[in-house]
Unconditional design. Sequence first.
Length: 250
Amino acid sequence: MSGNYFGSTFFGVARRSDFISAVRSLLNSLRPEWNRGVFAGDNLITFGKNLSFQFDKPFMTALEKHAQSGVEKSIIWRTAILVWAARNGLRREGDFVECGCYRGTTSRIICDTLDINTTNRSFYLYDLFEYQEGSPYVKMPALGPDLYDEVRRKFAPIPRAKVIKGHVPDILEIESPEQIAFLHIDMNNVAAEIGALDKLFNKVTSGGMIVLDDYGYLPYRAQRDAERQWFADRGYDVIELPTGQGLVIK
């Protein structure tokens, strides 16, 4: 029997109590046999699903250890997609890359789930880690002078993790892998994300996994439009997942 999963975070909700009440009413309207396998969180509500990620013991152990905030716990399905993509990346030549690692939570969950220290893969983690007023980037709460060192400490037990501070795509000219098996892009900025694709796509090996974090979210429609066209120009089609991510297999 599938267990239910309720996250605490929904983006864009104006009246939270009304919203939660409506979700409960929706679930109460279901037949008993369908009122299970319920997922609610991260702007995704579904029911009657297996929610197989809950039975992935290495993943759930890593998630429970590293996901601390309500947002980090609510995006569990997004994180499960990343773990799936990284696992499949192990079947291809190349290292792992995340552009926009922020606090490093999802990447650390990937590292623990895959026991990446037992592999020959390096994990390149890029971010500015600080916010400058007037920047076109989203002002995330944890950005600040201490974040870089915080993330470096988080990955200290992962010798092959490379936490790199710098502006994407410029920093990619200085330090980036020769081959990539798994690429995660999450910078909430059109120019930076297209710049990352310009610099890194040719390094992604055949069959390599590319995940675009906010591809399906309406506030980031400009990213979706630009990335959809970018891939179309090269003969690829991006699938928009219910989690809001975009997925391409090269």
